[in-house]
Structure formats: C-alpha cells, structure tokens
Design a protein around this ligand. Structure first.
Ligand code: ZN
Length: 132
C-alpha cells in the first residue's frame, strides 16, 4: 500500500528539490527526487509524473523547458499536453493580408506545436524560478 500526498505537500517538495538541485533534467528524475523528499527516504508516498509536472508549472515553482518531437501527423489539439491549459493559435499574415494559423502555443508553459504536424513532448527540464 502507498499513500497519495496532498497538492500542497507535493508543491513544497518540488520547491525544496529545485532549491537544492537548481536544474532537473527529466520528469522521471523530478518524480524520484520529489518522492524521496516526501518520504524522507522511508515512507511510501507516490506521486504520478503528470501530476508533478502540472503542479510544478501551475504553482509557478519551476521554469519548464519542453523538448518536443514531430509526429508528422495532422492532429489538432486544443489542450496543452504538458499542463492541460488551453492552447492559443499562432498566426501569421500572408502577403495577401490574410492571417493563417501556423501553429499552437501554450500560454502557461512553453509548449508549441505546428499546424499539420503534431509535436509531442519528449523530454522536460525543470529549473528553479528565482525569487520564489
Ligand atoms: Zn502548457
């Protein structure tokens, strides 16, 4: 059996981990360090990777760098696959004065994808946000 920690405890653990390590190079590493922090090496708190990633972003504790890879597939999405925020269209003006959507961007994290070629997150980097 294991227990599920509260959001506030997870956010605090993320803050402590980032304060100590400054930069974490993958979501798996962040999850391991956050679980260690929550467990003090002995407990059995478990936190899902999706939850840690979302909390790190929406709490403002971390600056997240998202590395993405192309799928080559024309799939449109309206929610950010990183933090579940609503995506905003990026538009360009054509020479004929029309606007065309060239891709989609997340206003919360720095995820972006091209129109006609869905990009999926492949790796994350978490850096401590200074002044928090
Ligand atoms: Zn996002």
């Amino acid at each position: 059996m294991y227990s599920i920690p509260k959001d506030g405890d997870v956010v605090l653990a993320i803050r402590n981990v980032l304060a100590r390590y400054k930069t974490i190079h993958s979501l798996r590493e962040l999850k391991e360090r956050v679980e260690q922090e929550l467990n003090f090496g002995t407990g059995n708190n478990r936190v899902g990777e999706d939850r840690i990633r979302r909390l790190a972003i929406i709490s403002g504790m971390a600056i997240v760098k998202v590395h993405t890879k192309s799928t080559g597939q024309d799939i449109s999405i309206s929610k950010c696959p990183v933090c579940a925020s609503n995506l905003k269209a990026s538009r360009n003006m054509t020479v004929y004065g029309k606007t065309v959507t060239i891709g989609y961007k997340c206003p919360e994290c720095n995820y972006w994808t091209e129109k006609g070629d869905l990009r999926v997150p492949s790796r994350y980097e978490f850096t401590v946000r200074r002044g928090k």
